[in-house]
Design a protein. Structure first.
Length: 340
């Protein structure tokens, strides 16, 4: 995959997925130097120029490893949006600002000790839904050719029917779902009115490990719903995030999903990156049927240098185990023993 020099997402793409209300061209945008555009205070598209034209490191890294990046697949008239952060899962790679289940389960816990920039809850989030509605009233939704709806869990949000009614039927839709529920007949009927529907089901493991890493999963139900999605929509893909929690078990996921499989690495927080597991171990793992530039083994065998935080990772796992009553050591003893 040839490295791209500019970012397609700077040509009018909108990302409205951040709980702090920022309006950006991409959910992976690094805003450590500040970002002024948001649904509360206003959007200035002049902020989107300058150094962003050179691209951000998640995309450039993906391209160097032979993978298609988000900036390459973006179209001009597109949008990625979270309508709410209501969710029934507490996925260990997620965070409280993106999941109401996360937020509720960690009440009284100090997760900011693991990464204060990741495990935050924005004080204005209670205003998010109404402020986003106000902002969308100023956006020409009729120009949208593709809209990608994420969460929380998008099929839980009460806003979904109302939002769909505002979109042109010539638009293509994508969803990211945790697979725990299948949409109602009324929603299915409404979605069938659009140009196309692609369903991206997120699973990071199968069986018991899935139920631990993506807490809230009932694997039997998710497995059945995935087949219903396959039978219903134009396209259904299985998306997996490779982290230190599952890097040794990705062949199982690939065997399950086959050609529907899509995989990406954790970028944040640092202690969950797959590179936290020494390369000497990771070289013994991988997907045996894949051996080429651009396949998922390039993620599993990544030699990108990262700050070692194995003690933080172990503390994080133990804390999640205690809160959830699901014990990582029982479902992935190989990684557990490496960290000890």
């Amino acid at each position: 995959m040839e490295e791209q020099k500019t970012c397609n997402r700077l040509n009018g793409y909108l990302d409205l997925t951040a709980p702090d209300g920022r309006v950006t061209p991409c959910c992976l945008l690094d805003i450590k130097d500040g970002w002024k555009s948001n649904i509360y205070d206003g959007v200035n598209f002049d902020d989107w120029n300058g150094n962003l034209r050179k691209g951000c490191w998640p995309c450039t890294d993906n391209e160097k490893n032979g993978h298609e990046s988000m900036r390459q697949t973006a179209i001009k008239n597109g949008m990625q949006i979270s309508l709410s952060f209501t969710c029934n899962f507490m996925c260990r790679i997620c965070k409280p600002s993106l999941s109401t289940r996360w937020e509720k389960m960690i009440e009284g816990e100090n997760f900011e000790k693991f990464d204060k920039d990741h495990y935050y809850t924005d004080p204005r989030r209670k205003q998010f839904v109404e402020q986003q509605k106000r902002f969308l009233n100023m956006v020409d939704l009729d120009r949208m050719e593709e809209v990608y709806i994420v969460g929380g869990e998008p099929f839980f949000t009460k806003r979904l029917p109302e939002f769909l009614d505002k979109l042109p039927r010539s638009c293509s839709l994508k969803f990211n779902t945790n697979g725990s529920i299948f949409p109602s007949d009324a929603i299915v009927s409404k979605l069938k009115e659009f140009k196309s529907v692609r369903m991206l089901v997120s699973i990071d493991a199968i069986g018991d490990l899935a139920e631990c890493i993506r807490y809230g999963t009932v694997w039997k139900d998710v497995d059945e719903n995935i087949q219903r999605h396959i039978d219903t929509w134009d396209e259904t893909w299985i998306y997996s995030t490779i982290s230190a929690l599952n890097v040794n078990r990705m062949e199982e996921v690939y065997d399950y999903a086959g050609e529907r499989s899509r995989m990406n690495p954790v970028h944040y927080p640092n202690f969950l990156r797959p590179e936290q597991i020494p390369i000497g171990y990771r070289k013994n793992w991988g997907i045996s049927s894949l051996r080429g530039m651009g396949d998922f083994n390039n993620i599993i065998w990544s030699e990108t240098p990262v700050k070692s935080e194995s003690s933080t990772l172990l503390d994080f796992i133990k804390t999640c185990d205690r809160i959830q009553g699901k014990y990582f050591r029982d479902v992935n003893p190989e990684i557990w023993n490496i960290l000890l």
